[in-house]
Design a protein around this ligand. Structure first.
Ligand SMILES: [Zn+2]
Length: 412
C-alpha cells in the first residue's frame, strides 16, 4: 500500500562536508560491486597528470592487487570509511612533485599510524584535491537534492576552508568540529566558529580497526584503541583550558565505547566539570554502558545507515556482534534515550540523503534496529518545515521509499 508522507528537511549530524567538497569529482566506488567495472571507471576518469583520490571502496566485495594498482593512473584509493588506503608508485611520484615529500603517503601503509593520525590523513586527502567555492556550491546543491538542509562537518581541515564557508554563507547551515591540532592552530575568531573538538578513540570496521572485545573472525585481532586511559583523560581535561565545552568522540567498538565511558565516569566522580559529550557511531554499545552514558548526560550520535554493517561485515563479525549492531530499540525502549534530545542521527556520508537514511531506519536488517518515522523525524530532521520539506512516497509492504520532491522554500 502506497502512502504519501511529508517530512522536514534533514539535519545530518555527522558528515564530512569539506571532505565531500574536495572529493566531489572523484571516482566513487560505493555502489560499484564489480571489480572489473571499478577498474575501467578508474582508468576512464582519472587523470595521468596528477594524483587522483578514489573514494568508497568496500573491501569485503573486492580489493586491488599491486599489479592491478600499478596499471592505473596515479591513485590513492580510500576505503568507504576513510580508514584504510592503497596507492601506486605513480601516485608516490606525483605526491613527491606536489608536496616535496612522500612521508605522509608512505605512512598510509601503516594501519596503526593511520588510525592514530586520522585527522592528518583526512586533511592530506582533502589537500590532494582541494576545496573551492564552486565545489562547496555543488555540495550544498547535492545535499538539498538529497533532502539535507543542515550538516555537522566533523573534521574542519583548515581556517582557509572555514573562510570559504563563511564567505559563501554556508556556515549558516553547518556546525564545525575540529581535531585538537587544527583547533589550536586557528585564529581567535575562527575558534569561536568551531562548535567542539573531535577525537578518535578507535578505528572502523572496514580495516578491522574498530576496537571490539571479541576478535575479528579467524584472526587474533581486536582492533585498535587510539589512546590509553590517561591520554584520554588529559584530552578531556584540556578542553577546560581551551575554554571549549563540547567534545565529540568517535567510538565504534564496544572496547572503545566502554573505555571512553569509564574514563568520563571517573572524571565525573572526581568532581571534574564534564564537557558536553557526544559519542559518534557507538554501534556496539551494551545496555549496561548505555545506562551509564544516559546517567552521564552523553549524547549518542548514530548512523541508521550503519545498520547495514550487519550485512556488509558478516565476513568479519560474529553473529553476536552482527545482532548487537545499532540496537536502537534497546536504547530507546529499555534505556530511555530520546531521539532529538540525547539520540541524534546522521549519515557519515555513507551514503548521503533521505532515501537511504529512511530505508535503513524503517526497513533495517534486524527488528532491533528499526526506528519509527516519528523517531526518525525527531532525531534526523530540522525542527520545522520553514526552510523546506520532503515529499515521500512510501510502500511498507514492498519496503520502498522514494523522494517525490524536495521543496526549497527559498524558491517559492
Ligand atoms: Zn565521520
Amino acid at each position: 500500500m502506497k502512502r504519501k508522507e511529508t517530512i522536514p528537511l534533514l539535519y545530518d549530524h555527522h558528515t564530512h562536508t569539506s571532505g565531500r567538497a574536495a572529493h566531489y569529482d572523484c571516482v566513487d566506488l560505493t555502489d560499484v560491486r564489480d571489480k572489473d567495472k571499478a577498474i575501467s571507471l578508474i582508468k576512464a576518469n582519472c587523470s595521468e597528470e596528477r594524483v587522483n583520490v578514489v573514494t568508497g571502496l568496500i573491501n569485503s566485495y573486492y580489493s586491488f592487487s599491486s599489479n592491478e594498482l600499478e596499471k592505473m593512473p596515479p591513485v590513492v584509493i580510500c576505503n568507504l570509511s576513510f580508514h584504510g588506503f592503497s596507492f601506486n608508485e605513480e601516485a608516490e611520484r606525483k605526491v613527491e612533485e606536489k608536496f616535496g615529500s612522500t612521508q605522509l603517503l608512505e605512512r598510509l601503509r601503516d594501519p596503526d599510524w593511520t588510525e592514530r593520525n586520522l585527522p592528518k590523513v583526512i586533511k592530506f586527502l582533502t589537500d590532494l584535491e582541494g576545496v573551492n567555492k564552486e565545489k562547496l556550491d555543488r555540495v550544498y546543491d547535492f545535499y538539498l537534492e538529497k533532502g539535507i538542509w543542515r550538516t555537522d562537518d566533523m573534521l574542519l581541515p583548515s581556517e582557509d576552508v572555514l573562510d570559504m564557508f563563511v564567505d559563501s554563507g554556508y556556515d549558516e547551515r553547518t556546525e564545525f568540529w575540529a581535531d585538537l591540532e587544527t583547533y589550536e592552530g586557528l585564529s581567535k575568531n575562527a575558534k569561536k566558529k568551531v562548535k567542539g573538538i573531535k577525537v578518535f578513540a578507535d578505528g572502523a570496521l572496514g580495516p578491522k580497526t574498530a576496537a571490539i572485545k571479541e576478535s575479528y573472525s579467524h584472526e587474533d585481532d581486536k582492533g585498535i584503541l587510539i589512546y590509553n586511559d590517561d591520554e584520554l583523560k588529559e584530552i578531556i581535561e584540556k578542553l577546560e583550558t581551551l575554554k571549549k565545552d563540547r567534545i565529540s568522540i568517535h567510538t565504534i567498538g564496544d572496547r572503545a565505547i566502554e573505555q571512553v565511558i569509564d574514563v568520563i565516569a571517573e572524571l565525573e566522580e572526581k568532581g571534574f566539570s564534564l564537557p558536553k559529550t557526544r559519542l559518534e557511531h557507538v554501534q556496539f554499545i551494551s545496555e549496561k554502558y548505555a545506562e551509564e552514558a544516559k546517567r552521564l548526560g552523553i549524547i549518542l550520535s548514530m548512523q541508521p545507515n550503519f545498520s547495514l554493517d550487519s550485512e556488509y561485515y558478516v565476513d568479519r563479525l560474529s553473529e553476536k556482534y552482527v545482532r548487537k549492531n545499532n540496537h536502537f530499540r534497546m536504547l530507546i525502549d529499555e534505556v530511555g534515550f530520546i531521539p532529538g534530545q540525547d539520540l541524534i542521527f546522521g549519515s557519515d556520508g555513507m551514503p548521503y540523503g533521505a532515501t537511504s537514511a529512511l530505508m535503513s531506519s524503517l526497513f533495517p536488517p534486524f527488528e532491533s534496529q528499526r526506528l519509527t518515522l516519528e523517531e526518525f523525524k525527531r532525531g534526523y530532521c530540522v525542527e520545522d518545515k520553514k526552510r523546506g520539506y520532503i515529499e515521500l512516497q512510501m510502500d511498507e509492504r514492498k519496503k520502498e521509499i522514494k523522494i517525490e520532491e524536495v521543496i526549497d522554500q527559498r524558491k517559492i
